[in-house]
Design a protein around this ligand. Structure first.
Ligand code: NCD
Length: 321
């Protein structure tokens, strides 16, 4: 059992996005996640809160961190976890998705974690099944557990989210991580900036409620957090940047560009990283500035909290539904 006694009031059947969550719901999810961090550092990491439950990870797109951490999270809570990787290449996407969802639904899972290359696909699937659905990333739409783990990482380091200045830099256009983070950080009272070339900003950026910059020196000035994004080459069907070398010169984070940020500014990246493209490799490994590995660690704690919350199997309730 954990030391904290988190009280979660979470009136949602699924976790499809950050949109629609209240500041209290986000804070309570982060508090519950926090209660797992120490436990995950112990030799015995196993709990029984999800004993008897079945979690299925259904990934229509590649993943290292998200899939592994959902698997670990489920196993550490005592659930049975299966992983399914599905290729979308040669089959009509709509059919595959719904057929697969109905097949899995017939096996009575308690939670489905779904990643899909199409925005909105996870919501569509959630409408067809009886269990809770967690969005593990859908197209460029949302990746809620990534935003929650980023928030937990920031909150542990800075003690708060409210009032911080966060610069999200790079390929905003194709990034679900950016969209979920912009939503979460804004809901929690942080000031969000985006820094990108005009070609990598979505047309609707004006509606995001963020400050927009095209130059790193201006966008990073006095910020508390620098969040770098991967150049999502697989989602680009055209030329968005002149060349990778050119991109690094103007938008790649290195020690020189970081100088204008606050002296204690933290560097984040959701991974996978393209070293030498959006971030200098040495800086990414600099443990005085970079919290990239901590983000991965927090990912397991956050996913444990999400699984417990959506199944109603909270620590203090002894696993009741
Ligand atoms: C991100 C994703 O898949 O959206 N990765 C992740 O989940 N850690 C970001 C990315 O692929 O660039």
């Amino acid at each position: 059992m954990t030391a904290a006694t988190p009280k979660i009031r979470f009136p949602h059947r699924h976790l499809l996005g950050i949109e629609g969550l209240s500041p209290d719901e986000i804070s309570e999810l982060l508090d519950l996640s926090e209660s797992h961090v120490e436990q995950n550092r112990q030799t015995d990491k196993k709990r029984t809160t999800l004993r008897g439950r079945t979690c299925i990870n259904l990934f229509f797109e590649n993943s290292t961190r998200t899939r592994t951490s959902f698997e670990l999270a489920g196993k550490r809570l005592g659930a049975d976890v299966i992983n399914m990787s599905v290729s979308t290449s040669s089959i009509k996407k709509g059919e595959t998705l719904i057929d697969t969802a109905m097949t899995l639904n017939a096996m009575h899972p308690d939670v489905l974690v779904v990643r899909h290359p199409d925005s909105g696909a996870v919501q569509l699937l959630s409408e067809k099944v009886n269990c809770a659905v967690i969005n593990g990333g859908d197209g460029r739409h949302e990746h809620p557990t990534q935003a929650l783990l980023d928030a937990l990482t920031i909150r542990r380091r800075k003690g708060k989210l409210s009032g911080l200045c966060v610069a999200i830099c790079g390929d905003i256009m194709h990034s679900r991580v950016a969209r979920s983070n912009i939503r979460l950080l804004s809901i929690m009272g942080a000031r969000v900036r985006v820094v990108a070339p005009p070609t990598l900003l979505p047309a609707e950026i004006g509606r995001f409620g963020v400050e927009t910059f095209h130059h790193m020196k201006e966008g990073l000035k006095d910020c508390d957090i620098v969040m770098m994004l991967r150049l999502q080459l697989e989602r680009m069907n055209g030329s968005f940047v002149p060349s990778v070398r050119e991109y690094f010169r103007f938008y790649g984070l290195d020690y020189a560009k970081l100088k204008v940020a606050k002296p204690d500014a933290l560097i984040m990246h959701p991974g996978p990283m393209n070293r030498g493209v959006e971030i200098d490799g040495e800086l990414a490994d600099d443990i005085d500035r970079s919290v990239i590995r901590e983000q991965v660690e927090m990912g397991v704690a956050v996913r444990m909290a999400c699984l417990e919350t959506l199944t109603g199997a909270l620590p203090q309730s002894g696993g009741k539904t």
